[in-house]
Design a protein around this ligand. Structure first.
Ligand SMILES: *Cc1c(COP(=O)(O)O)cnc(C)c1O
Length: 410
């Protein structure tokens, strides 16, 4: 089920204080999720979550996760800069990039971040840009389909990321020759997965592979990085992933494969950490009845791209009408000149009147972050609901000046 933790009055109060549209994030939910994850893996003395910055790159949120003991997973220069500005240092930062400008390695190394190499060719790049550190992480791609039982969970054979086992072997031998002492292993094989067996399966794959690679290379096997991919229930009838059970299942695999307990465990969850802690708050501004009934709202796909891009479902609540029958069928649309700019298609909802306040659930990950400026549309504000129930603007809305700032009008 999507997150219904906040009553309508919270969204109404926020919309009195700030013009719509905006994303609202709930600090209590962010902290509660970070604590729940930490508890699920508390059996592992060396566990750390590196929140995937790309999911919600706002300093206020990154600092909250930092206070909860998380590090950050960064994939670009500006994400590294954000991490630095928010006070993250050294091994609190994981840098997982692919096909990026090599200078970004210099920056990551200057910060002392862990570097996660995506390809054999990255070894020489890293040597020339910051140097080979004592501990290097390598990204694994097993190829083919990734299945659990009879279910295909992902298609690594079509994914641009990571290296096959033979490249890992060659890479570690080269890295050893260049002074590396230890390695970590990373893989991301399934996205937004609701299967509780995903992390345990992946942990088993990485632990078995890492043990062999350590024996062959003579390098110390320092950690596995289970990366992101655990899903959230966007649909009302979906149960959530029991993260405590996931932690226990990883523990069983870990204790079987690694009885000495000398390999650390890391994660880079984005969606699971922040997705349910955000809502896009928007107002109905237009109604149109042609072949279908359309409700136009003041947010559009530049504020939340997932429905337009993936046909993703996001639940919508109409403020003050939770108990009304869902006896109207609407397409809920934004204003882009692009027909896929629809937050909902043929969705049963209570009757919507112009001026009604709506909130779109589960926008706390890959929501604002995927924003863009198509049609000259400007990105919205981000508001944090603090633990004391107050509201704080943590990013203002863009203005036309922002849009024009990068243009040369001479
Ligand atoms: C996107 C990404 C994540 C986070 O993925 P979620 O699906 O949000 O959990 C973690 N690690 C890397 C390297 C990524 O690219």
């Amino acid at each position: 089920m999507p997150n219904f933790a906040l009553p309508d009055s919270v969204f109404e109060a926020a919309a009195r204080a700030f013009p719509t549209p905006f994303h609202l994030y709930d600090e209590a939910t962010l902290r509660e999720r970070a604590r729940r994850l930490k508890k699920a893996f508390s059996w592992c003395p060396d566990f750390r979550e590196y929140f995937a910055v790309k999911a919600l790159p706002n300093p206020a949120v990154l600092r909250i996760f930092g206070e909860e003991g998380c590090g950050l997973d960064c994939s670009s220069l500006t994400e590294l800069m954000l991490a630095e500005r928010c006070g993250f240092r050294g091994e609190e930062i994981m840098f997982s990039a692919n096909a990026m400008p090599p200078e970004e390695y210099d920056y990551a190394r200057a910060l002392g971040a862990y570097v996660n190499l995506d390809d054999l060719s990255d070894i020489d790049l890293l040597a020339a840009h910051g140097g080979i550190p004592e501990t290097v992480c390598l990204r694994y791609n097993p190829g083919g389909d990734f299945s659990i039982g009879n279910t295909i969970m992902g298609n690594p054979g079509e994914a641009k990321y990571g290296m096959p086992e033979s490249h890992l072997r060659e890479g570690l031998s080269r890295l050893k020759g260049m002074g590396a002492k230890a390695f970590g292993l990373h893989a991301f094989l399934s996205s937004n997965t609701m299967a509780p067996s995903y992390y345990p399966e992946l942990a088993g794959i990485l632990l078995r592979l890492g043990k062999n690679l350590a024996a062959e290379s003579g390098l110390r096997f320092a950690f596995i990085n289970l990366s992101g991919g655990i899903g959230i229930p966007y649909q009302p009838d979906q149960p959530e992933v029991d993260i405590a059970a996931v932690g226990e299942a990883v523990r069983a695999v870990y204790e079987a494969e690694c009885p000495r307990g000398d390999v650390a465990v890391k994660s880079e969850l984005g969606r699971w950490m922040s997705g349910p802690a955000g809502w896009l708050v928007t107002r109905a501004v237009h109604e149109k009845k042609i072949h279908r009934d359309y409700i136009g709202v003041d947010a559009c796909a530049v504020d939340l791209m997932r429905p337009a891009m993936y046909g993703a479902y996001h639940h919508i609540t109409v403020c003050g009408k939770r108990d009304w029958p869902a006896d109207h069928v609407y397409d809920v649309t934004g204003c882009l000149c692009e027909n896929n700019d629809k937050f909902a298609v043929e969705r049963a909802l209570p009757e919507i009147r112009i001026g009604d306040l709506l909130f779109i659930h589960d926008t706390g990950a890959h929501g604002y972050a995927m924003g863009y400026n198509y049609n000259g549309r400007l990105r919205s504000a981000e508001i944090l609901r603090t633990e004391d129930g107050g509201f704080r603007m943590i990013r203002r809305a863009e203005t036309p000046e922002d849009y024009f700032a990068t243009l040369n009008l001479e």
